[in-house]
Design a protein around this ligand. Structure first.
Ligand code: NDP
Length: 484
């Protein structure tokens, strides 16, 4: 089996302890490569390389960093096909999705921040001629970038691109269950001669490799679950490290009686099931105004039943495999628990056994649950799979209470043709990102992040560049002209 390597100091290296674990393909449940079980020694080697490389990279010109990030983006475009197939193999998502969204977005992330750094301006404050203050933004040092399994290379590049553009060097850790595209990315860095030690990638388990990165880096950007985020924040707090946390969500999709019916059904189905429901922004609680509840529910269920769960290689496949057996079992236990609490399964709810080699893959039907209360754990805890509940609401007051009555606050989508009402509700919802009459429409300049248990800080555009820099003010006195 192919051995995945760590990428440290510009070279592909084996883990110091020589230990590996199996990396599984979710579509057939079989191991297909070996991932390093990284240790603190591997992280320490990566941090040392990143520190040494910071001396040059951190003081390089913006044009220099721009040039390298653009080269990386071009190389990703060149390897689109290979990276997309690898992402699908490793994660279980449909190949078309990786080709259309994941991998193009990696190149877009790099290009976006490569050009953004060229346009970063600085401020000055004139004290009425007596003195002048100017404010500079300096890179911090070694950025620890820890990412999850749902959008593996997409989220890794979303973190390392601004970190590098701002002049930091990086030690990154992809999820141990989806390490493959990060490994191919290391090969691409070597192919194009990317400066050694500027990007380092250490594979392994979160509680060892991830925790050690948090302890030893200078600034931490983390995307993952809320419980892990709490640990990361606590560990970063010890040294008062800057820490950006993008965490879980339990996002509401709101459909008013006056919404464009077809648009709201189409978007809420997509929002519930894209990437097998494994996007932090997926709408897993659909609130529908009583006047259209029955007709909406009927159409939503019909659409959900038409989605094809199938081989990730087929272009007609809507849902591929769930990322791991452990995660599949966790989703089913949450469905069973909901049923015990009175939920009715209106669609799905079962495993899907595909023919041939895929028969041992982790496939499941898109699942729609009715008859749940917002206070039930199915509506309070993140499932992070193709499971959605539909609940009726009477009026705006009840709706807003239900939307906000969760520990999370990441995103929301509102469907209504009454724009004043939609904006009024948007203002009252505790979420960092609110869409009106759409879902997942992303501009990389916007502040992205969550409230409450969904995280801390905002990423995107200048927010990311601000995060990955220290702000310093310099004040200089202007001597008076004594001749006047
Ligand atoms: P986890 O929190 O389990 O893991 C995220 C990353 O953190 C992994 O690389 C993991 O390593 C690592 N990790 C685990 N323990 C520690 C630790 N003690 N210190 C440092 N790092 C650690 O999340 P998942 O990978 O299961 O991803 C799913 C979650 O991510 C969902 O909750 C989802 O909502 C959230 N998410 C949020 C997004 C946002 O922008 N708000 C976007 C995408 C996902 P390993 O798993 O290899 O052990």
């Amino acid at each position: 089996m192919e051995k995945i390597c760590n990428y440290i100091g510009g070279k592909l290296v084996n883990p110091v302890d020589g230990k590996y674990m199996d990396n599984y393909c979710p579509s057939n449940g079989k191991p297909y490569s070996l991932v390093p079980v990284g240790s603190e020694d591997d992280v320490s080697a990566a941090i040392n390389c990143a520190k040494r490389s910071f001396e040059n990279w951190g003081s390089s010109t913006r044009e220099y960093r721009y040039g390298w990030l653009m080269k990386l983006a071009d190389a990703i475009d060149k390897n689109l096909e290979k990276l997309a197939l690898a992402e699908s193999l490793d994660n279980g998502k449909p190949e078309w999705l990786a080709k259309k969204i994941d991998i193009p977005r990696c190149a877009a992330n790099l290009r976006f921040f490569a050009t953004a750094i060229l346009h970063l301006d600085s401020k000055s404050h004139n004290m009425d001629g007596e003195a002048m203050n100017y404010t500079i933004k300096q890179p911090i040092g070694v950025a620890g970038c820890i990412s999850p399994w749902n959008l593996p290379l997409y989220l890794l590049t979303w973190k390392i691109a601004p970190a590098l553009a701002a002049g930091n060097t990086v030690v990154a850790k992809p999820s141990e269950i989806t390490p493959y595209t990060a490994y191919l990315f290391s090969e691409i860095c070597i192919d194009i001669g990317f400066p050694e030690g500027v990007i380092n990638i250490v594979h392994g388990q979160g509680d060892i490799v991830g925790a050690s990165i948090v302890k030893n880096c200078d600034v931490v950007s983390f995307t993952g679950g809320t419980d892990t985020g709490r640990l990361v924040a606590a560990n970063a707090a010890h040294d008062f490290k800057k820490c950006s946390l993008e965490l879980g969500g339990k996002n509401p999709t709101i459909v008013f009686g006056d919404a464009d019916f077809d648009l709201s059904v189409k978007n809420s189905v997509k929002s519930a099931f894209l990437n097998q429901g494994q996007i932090c922004l997926c709408g897993s609680r659909v609130f529908v105004e009583e006047s259209i509840y029955d007709s909406f529910k009927k159409s939503f269920i019909k659409e959900a039943k038409m989605l094809k769960v199938g081989c990730p290689k087929e272009v007609s496949t809507n849902l591929g495999a769930i990322v791991s057996e452990k995660h599949l079992n966790s989703i089913f236990s949450k469905i069973e628990n909901a049923i015990k609490n009175g939920a009715i399964v209106a669609a799905g709810g079962k495993k899907v056994v595909l023919p041939g080699d895929l028969s041992s893959g982790y496939f499941m039907e898109p699942t729609v649950l009715l008859n749940t209360k917002n206070t039930d754990s199915i509506n309070q805890e993140e499932v992070f799979g193709p499971v959605v509940t539909i609940m009726p609401f009477k009026n705006e007051k009840d709706l807003i209470k239900m939307c906000n009555d969760v520990k999370y606050g990441l995103s929301a989508s509102i469907f209504s043709q009454n724009i004043s009402k939609a904006n009024r509700v948007a203002a009252k919802i505790n979420a960092g990102v609110v869409w009106i009459n759409t879902w997942l429409l992303r501009d990389l300049r916007i502040p992205f992040g969550g409230m409450k248990g969904s995280g801390l800080g905002r990423e995107g555009g200048y927010y990311s560049l601000d995060f990955f820099t220290e702000t310093k003010n310099v004040c200089f006195k202007i001597e008076k002209d004594d001749n006047k």
